[in-house]
Design a protein around this ligand. Structure first.
Ligand code: NAP
Length: 522
């Protein structure tokens, strides 16, 4: 049976790429699903349509009206939710709860931006900060404005979040008044393409506001122009290629990079094995290793405990990992599905082998039998907990990201050493802290803040309330310095800034008053 070739939506039309395209498969059964191709598309014309038609239509609306568009998009996605879960099971190999992180996470994020945008009401132009005097008595003064950039927002995304990865970026972009072109990772492009198809079919966005290009990235960066912005999520390796692309370098295209990260979790001193902070730490490490088979950029890769608790923590984590069932996500008894494909499976095996040279294997789920999945075909692998009593000597654990269900447990002498070891990750998305001493936790959070986009603190009083180490909430910043890419996304309305230009208007009080702008709440 021949598979469907998914179309691209560009220049306000559905267009098929040329050639056979690339086949997308089921990572559990190996079954052929659909094909994608971006070959032969006229990308400069597609981008011009987005800028000229989509951009103008979005800019003609107020923030409140654009917030209404986001609400309508969330409504369309909610109406087709079941179809998205079916695609995620087939193409990403994820169990229902893991697919929900991607699909429901997207709908929730759109809803949040719709609410925040509604609060901006009739505003079209935002004021940034106060008037600053340039002459006596403010007779001549400077006022900063925020206006939408008159380019497009190109998103190049990673394979692990085909839904959330699009909408967490598109929500602030569309709210800011900037049209979106999404290029999903090829392996899992189906879900992204279907969502765009549903939103386009529903007619809730102006023509040109949302385009999708599925398949090769060839030519995308060449079609960028000076007022465009580019938001990339993926590996540090591809990020380096993007940063040095001539269009990006020569035309000052604004770029946001979300790359890989060796996120940490730390159990603070002063807690005993079996205490509530200890149990919360163990639970979160296990959850982060296994949700989406560890294919989350925010997942815990390094877990630190006081020296005296190393053996107890290893035992407690291993005991929970032993209960994780792995295999076909269609089977109810399965808790952890597949990696995205067999190549990724091999990369994970190689990564574990590389780390094993400097660590001991504390729990090995790699040989555990799979449920309803052929180990020779399925991209399924059980969780592996590694450990080393010599974290300063083991350099690989601080710089090799195994993008799968694997983490390394390490002991530390004191919090100064723990912080120094965490810094060897050279900048991460998130670090989580566990304990019950508020002052000590606050001190550690502050100590680690500059090296992370987010510090997540878990105390017994928030055991049932906290949002999870790896869950990216639209209220909080997502991104991290250094190795994590140096990017910033989300964080409420702060996210709009990436899609806006800040301009100083220097004028008399009468002119400044006539700007009729609304103060930006960020
Ligand atoms: P990847 O191989 O770097 O690919 C990411 C995207 O870049 C894909 O859409 C890919 O397209 C595209 N691409 C590849 N080469 C390109 C080029 N020369 N020019 C322009 N685009 C190009 O990353 P991945 O394997 O999909 O994702 C896994 C990585 O992403 C992990 O390291 C993970 O930590 C990171 N990640 C980070 C975040 C975050 O928010 N910080 C979130 C998720 C994942 P094709 O698929 O067509 O090759």
């Amino acid at each position: 049976m021949t598979t469907e070739l998914l179309k691209n939506h560009v220049a306000g039309q559905w267009q098929a790429g040329t050639g056979e395209g690339t086949l997308l498969t089921d990572p559990v059964t190996g079954e052929a699903l659909v094909r994608v191709s971006s070959a032969g598309l006229d990308l400069p014309a597609a981008f011009a349509f987005a800028r000229e038609q989509g951009g103008a239509a979005l800019r003609a609306l107020t923030y409140g009206e654009r917030a209404g568009l986001l609400k309508a998009v969330a409504g369309v996605l909610t109406a087709h939710r079941d179809a998205y879960f079916a695609i995620a099971t087939a193409n990403s190999g994820t169990v229902q709860s893991d697919s929900a992180v991607d699909i429901d996470g997207a709908i929730y994020t759109l809803g949040q931006y719709a609410r925040w945008g509604a609060g901006l009401g009739d505003a079209r132009v935002l004021l940034d900060g106060d008037v600053a005097a340039l002459a006596k008595d403010n007779a001549f003064a400077s006022q900063h404005l925020r206006v939408p950039t008159r380019g497009l927002a190109l998103f190049i995304n990673a394979f692990n979040f085909p839904s959330w990865g699009l909408w967490e970026k598109a929500a602030p972009a569309l709210l800011a008044g900037v049209p979106v072109v999404i290029k999903p990772a090829t392996t899992t492009a189906w879900l992204t393409q279907r969502m765009v198809a549903d939103v386009v079919a529903a007619g809730v966005l102006p023509a040109g506001a949302l385009s999708v290009v599925c398949g090769s990235s060839a030519g995308l960066l060449d079609a960028l122009q000076p007022f465009d912005v580019l938001s990339f999520t993926g590996s540090a390796e591809t990020a380096a290629v993007i940063r040095s692309h001539p269009k990006v370098a020569a035309q000052s295209v604004r770029v946001n990079i979300e790359a890989d990260s060796l996120n940490s979790a730390v159990l603070l001193p002063g807690t005993a094995a079996g205490s509530e902070p200890f149990e919360l730490f163990v639970r979160e490490v296990v959850r982060e290793m296994t949700v989406k088979s560890g294919q989350k950029c925010t997942a815990i890769r390094r877990a630190f405990v006081p020296e005296a608790l190393y053996d107890a923590a290893a035992e407690a984590i291993a005991a929970k990992l032993a209960k994780v069932t792995v295999g076909n996500p269609r089977v109810d008894a399965v808790r952890m599905g597949a990696l995205v494909n067999r190549e990724q499976w091999q990369t994970v095996q190689d990564g574990i082998a590389a780390l094993s040279a400097q660590t001991e294997v504390l729990f090995d789920g790699r040989q555990a039998p799979l449920i309803d999945a052929d180990p020779a075909v399925a991209a399924c692998v059980g969780p592996t907990l590694l450990g080393t009593r010599h974290p300063e000597a083991a350099d690989k654990v601080h710089n090799v990201e195994v993008f799968g269900p694997c983490a390394t447990l390490m002991p530390y002498r004191d919090t100064a050493q723990a912080a120094a070891l965490i810094r060897r990750g050279e900048g991460s998305l998130v670090c989580s802290l566990y304990g019950d001493d508020a002052a000590a936790l606050a001190a550690m959070a502050t100590e680690l803040a500059d090296a992370h986009g987010r510090v997540h603190v878990v105390t017994p009083d928030v055991a049932k309330l906290h949002s999870g180490h790896g869950n990216v909430m639209p209220q909080s910043l997502h991104g991290g310095p250094g190795r994590a890419g140096g990017g910033e996304e989300l964080g409420g309305l702060r996210a709009l800034a990436f899609y806006q230009r800040r301009t100083a208007v220097q004028a008399s009080p009468a002119v400044l008053a006539a700007l009729g702008a609304t103060r930006a709440p960020y």
